[in-house]
Design a protein around this ligand. Structure first.
Ligand code: FES
Length: 171
């Protein structure tokens, strides 16, 4: 008998994890951004195709690849469903908490999975405007999700770097 305690995922997380939407790479994406680290496996790559409609930049379609857990896959899936057809300004306003709520509430230990997905979205939106006039709604300062993703990536790099040094020493 297994002694592992199952994570308290809600039914919606499990349902979306089993049947994720918009999964896979997109060859004609306008922007591709990642958040997380391939070193530890917690990584999401987001593909967004943007079209301009007058003065609005609209997400024509989006997809993702996830190397994270069930919560990350569910968060990314629902994120792509939420942004498709929306303007980038509307997409920018999506928070990790909103994604968690849409999933019926993630367990606190899994908040970072939603943060990772929204961090990738915010990076993608910033990347889209990199060499364009910045819209008034795009802040200069990093959002909570972007800061959190950066912190995690730095921590992973430090940890992975030190682990790699130990492994190299043992060779
Ligand atoms: Fe890291 Fe879910 S993506 S635990």
């Amino acid at each position: 008998m297994s002694t592992r305690i199952p994570l308290p995922y809600g039914p919606k997380v499990l349902e979306i994890f089993r049947n994720p939407k918009n999964i896979g790479r997109m060859d004609d994406a306008t922007v591709i951004e990642s958040a997380g680290s391939p070193a530890c496996g917690d990584m999401i790559r987001l593909y967004i195709k943007v079209r301009s409609e007058g003065d609005r930049d609209v997400v024509e379609k989006s997809s993702f690849e996830s190397y994270g857990c069930a919560a990350n896959i569910a968060a990314a899936s629902i994120l792509t469903e939420l942004v498709n057809g929306r303007s980038l300004e509307e997409a920018w306003r999506i928070s990790w908490k909103q994604i968690s709520d849409e999933l019926g509430g993630l367990p606190p230990i899994k908040y970072h999975c939603s943060i990772l997905a929204v961090g990738a979205l915010k990076r993608a939106i910033r990347a889209y405007y990199l060499n364009k006039d910045k819209p008034h709604w795009l802040p200069q300062d990093l959002t909570l999700e972007e800061k959190q993703v950066l912190e995690e990536e730095e921590m992973i790099e430090r940890y992975y770097g030190s682990m790699k040094a130990i492994v190299d020493e043992l060779k």
